[in-house]
Design a protein around this ligand. Structure first.
Ligand code: ASP
Length: 447
């Protein structure tokens, strides 16, 4: 059994957290590949090391001294070193970073140092073999990871030692050796790529929440955890706002059918959420609830065009959509009825040129009527268990009615995985609460 384990910034924010990490790693010998983020926030007032490094770089760019911020970062690592009783010569590492900065203040090099330094400290504390990501995670010049080369190098390094391997997340190197970082939160991708290449049995992603929650905890007090979710449900949930994992971290493990297990460093006994390609085997033993999760977002705009007999006119819808395409606006949903076509988009994508879009639509489509409604919120109810259950959407909709929530638009995907309902922004939280109470809290209590 091989597990790749990735620890997020909050799991390595200070010495106390790092002790928890050691406990987790030591408690399971199959946790062989360890990936770490840079130290995250210790408290609300604290800052992530990566943010501070970006800030250092901005200071350098504008010719302001970066030293005070750099000193904050150094103090943070020195404190961790002292509290964990590490031997590593961090002063030498910081001097080296400053020397490189004087020569070539590249942003990628500088911001990658958070993961690098955290990795060095963690490797010593865990008695793991440190491998600089610049030596194993290799990019091609087009920015994609060179899976073949990275795979060979990983095999070489793991063949040389009996120890666990510790690889910093978030960065790698281009073919010429220059350091390159991924997008923010990229350590999730590093972990996923390694899981793919070593054919891991599971990719554990340790963070500060016990997996995915059924609904946003800012709206629902102590929402339940989602024990299992498949990738399509996950995509639906995260697209509509629920976020724990970097979007690009899914692909490398999905292709090899490796489950991702989201776990909580502060509650290691909690099984967290298991994300899988296909949950059917486990579902057969323990059938899923109808609703896996409820999510959504506020601030959409719906533009509705009406023209008599337009439904019989080939290409009518295409002409509407091409206007949005010309403005580079991606479209959320296109509900239509006879002769009436609505287009729903995120308000932030069009608010700077809404009138230009409307003028173009008038000119090119010549509608009888055009209506704009903003302050629209979309609430998505997601669940593989809803498929082929008659009456599900009826039950949702009547729940909205019972709670005096006016529904402006409804959309159910043909795979029956999600039902999306448009309501006024003002009703957004209420809508999520009423669905949660009825379909999660009440049903699970009844079991
Ligand atoms: N440290 C990087 C960030 O804050 C990458 C990561 O944590 O995954 O975005």
């Amino acid at each position: 059994m091989i597990k790749v384990v990735k620890f997020g910034g909050s799991s390595v924010a200070n010495a106390a957290q790092v002790r928890k990490v050691k406990h987790i790693v030591d408690s399971d010998p199959s946790r062989k590949f360890i990936v770490t983020s840079a130290c995250g926030k210790e408290s609300h007032e604290d800052h992530k090391v990566t943010d501070l490094l970006y800030l250092c770089h901005a200071h350098i760019r504008y010719g302001v001294s970066y030293k005070p911020i750099f000193a904050m970062i150094r103090d943070k690592y020195m404190k961790i070193r002292e509290e964990l009783g590490l031997k590593i010569d961090l002063q030498k590492e910081f001097d080296q970073i400053e020397r490189v900065l004087e020569r070539d203040p590249s942003v990628d090099y500088l911001v990658s140092r958070g993961e690098y330094l955290t990795g060095l400290c963690l490797a010593e504390y865990l008695d793991a073999e440190f491998i600089d990501a610049a030596k194993v995670i290799l990019f091609r010049y087009d920015g994609e990871i060179d899976m073949e080369r990275t795979g060979q190098l990983l095999e070489e390094y793991s063949g040389k030692t009996d120890k666990k391997l510790l690889i910093p997340g978030f960065y790698g190197a281009l073919p010429n050796g220059v350091i390159r970082v991924m997008s923010r939160g990229g350590s999730d991708i590093t972990g996923s790529v390694i899981a793919n290449l070593v054919d891991a049995d599971v990719y554990e992603n340790w963070t500060d929440v016990s997996g995915f929650l059924v609904a946003d905890p800012r709206i629902i007090k102590k929402p339940m955890r989602i024990p299992r979710i498949n990738y399509s449900e996950l995509r639906n949930m995260s697209y509509m706002g629920a976020n724990v994992l970097h979007d690009d971290a899914v692909f490398p493990v999905k292709t090899k059918n490796i489950p991702i297990n989201i776990r909580n460093t502060n509650d290691p006994d909690n099984p967290g959420t298991l994300i899988m390609n296909d949950c059917s085997e486990m579902d057969a033993v323990e059938p899923p609830h109808a609703v896996t999760g409820i999510t959504g977002r506020k601030d959409y705009t719906m533009i509705t065009l009406t023209r008599s007999h337009a439904s019989a006119e080939p290409g009518f819808l295409r002409r509407i959509l091409s206007v949005f395409e010309d403005f580079h606006v991606s479209i959320e949903s296109v509900p239509t009825t006879v002769d009436t076509f609505s287009v729903i988009v995120q308000t932030s994508l069009i608010d700077q040129y809404l009138y230009e879009i409307v003028a173009r639509l008038r000119r090119e489509i010549n509608p009888d009527d055009i209506r704009i409604e903003d302050h629209l919120a979309l609430v998505a109810v997601v669940g593989r268990g809803m498929k082929a259950v008659p009456g599900m959407s009826g039950r949702f909709l009547s729940e909205f009615g019972r709670n005096q929530i006016n529904i402006k638009v409804i959309n159910q995907s043909a795979d029956e995985l999600s039902i999306v309902v448009g309501v006024d922004n003002r009703d957004f939280e209420k809508a999520i609460r009423c669905i949660y109470d009825k379909f999660i809290a009440e049903e699970r209590k009844a079991l």
